[in-house]
Ligand binder design. Structure first.
Ligand SMILES: NC(=O)c1ccc[n+]([C@@H]2O[C@H](COP(=O)([O-])OP(=O)(O)OC[C@H]3O[C@@H](n4cnc5c(N)ncnc54)[C@H](OP(=O)(O)O)[C@@H]3O)[C@@H](O)[C@H]2O)c1
Length: 287
């Protein structure tokens, strides 16, 4: 298949491209410097020229504090641009796969969120991503909105700069520093390579809708840090932090666990237990 991928050099985008290329697909890698998704005329001309069978959109404006301070940009990139790309996909009869987030939820459910649960985002990032999801649904294109959470990959997250959580923990341990991590937020840390492999199983899907795709199981950030050190066999100076130790600039959900209900109902769920994926990540990193 001919598959175009936006944000192709991002943490998730780069793994999507390498998995799809390994599987023999023709992959068109679209990077921000030459393909800005908010430039509708350019995006339309380019996609009409390329005519992909599938367009995958991991590109996003997703630094939470920046989104809070610049709602215009958050809505342009996370809502209007996906809406426009979905309209183009409708014209081209292409499947549109859009990446969304656990931050569409408020975290108050305290049980894994289903795709059908009511969204209630707590910040501009989540609001703009939810708006994008809903605007895509109005276009009538074939689409999948894939909500994921707590991504880490071998290529760093460009929006967050530098290190993912695993790399941050490893570098703090290497420096011999005391490491304080909160224990009151639940996540499903999701390895981008697993998500990329999962996305490759969905390219011929006939259904449109929202699909949760995160690692199986969940943990607190403290438990995630403990597992990193246990699996990497590192004796780190790790302890639980009081949440008040970290200034909260923007509200975020404290419980971010998603149930891969849609994938399981279609017998398509390939996502692994988070610790199994972490083991593969650490071995790829030579740990
Ligand atoms: N990271 C997480 O923990 C997490 C959790 C849940 C959901 N998500 C979602 O997962 C997706 C991928 O995240 P990631 O961690 O891979 O992020 P990332 O490494 O920051 O990748 C995002 C990519 O989007 C590109 N981009 C930003 N603005 C663009 C624009 N206007 N036009 C074209 N490209 C643009 C970036 O390019 P430049 O860097 O050159 O601007 C970058 O290549 C996002 O949709 C995010 O909302 C992430």
């Amino acid at each position: 298949m001919k598959i175009a991928v936006t944000g192709a050099n991002g943490q998730l985008g780069s793994d999507i491209c390498s998995v799809l290329k390994q599987e023999g697909h023709e992959v068109i890698e679209l990077n921000h410097d030459e393909f800005d998704i908010i430039n509708y005329e350019f995006v339309s001309a380019m996609l009409n020229d390329v005519k992909p069978d599938v367009l995958i959109n991991p590109a996003a404006y997703h630094h939470v504090e920046k989104c809070q301070n610049d709602a215009d940009m958050a809505f342009s990139v996370n809502a209007t641009a996906p809406f426009n790309m979905a309209k183009i996909c409708k014209e081209l009869n292409a499947l549109f796969i859009h990446i969304s987030t656990d931050y569409v939820f408020d975290g108050l459910k305290n049980a894994p969120y289903l795709e059908t649960d009511c969204a209630n985002p707590l910040n501009n990032y989540g609001i703009s991503k939810l708006a994008g999801e809903q605007m895509i649904a109005t276009t009538g294109c074939r689409y999948l909105v894939i909500r994921t959470s707590g991504l880490y990959g071998v290529n760093p997250c460009r929006a967050k700069g530098g290190k993912n959580f695993v790399e941050l923990m490893l570098s703090l341990a290497e420096a011999g520093k005391p490491i304080r991590v909160v224990d009151d937020e639940k996540v499903s840390p999701t390895f981008t390579l697993d998500l990329a492999r999962q996305i490759s199983t969905l390219l011929t899907i006939k259904d449109s809708g929202v699909c949760h795709a995160t690692a199986e199981g969940n943990c607190s950030w403290y438990e995630f840090a403990s597992a990193i050190f246990e699996l990497a066999n590192i004796d780190a100076n790790l302890s639980k932090a009081d949440p008040s130790e970290f200034a909260i600039k923007v509200n975020r959900p404290k419980y971010s666990v998603l149930e891969n209900h849609f994938l399981k109902s279609k017998k398509l769920n390939t996502m692994r237990e988070w610790k199994d994926s972490l083991r593969e990540y650490l071995s790829l990193r030579g740990k």
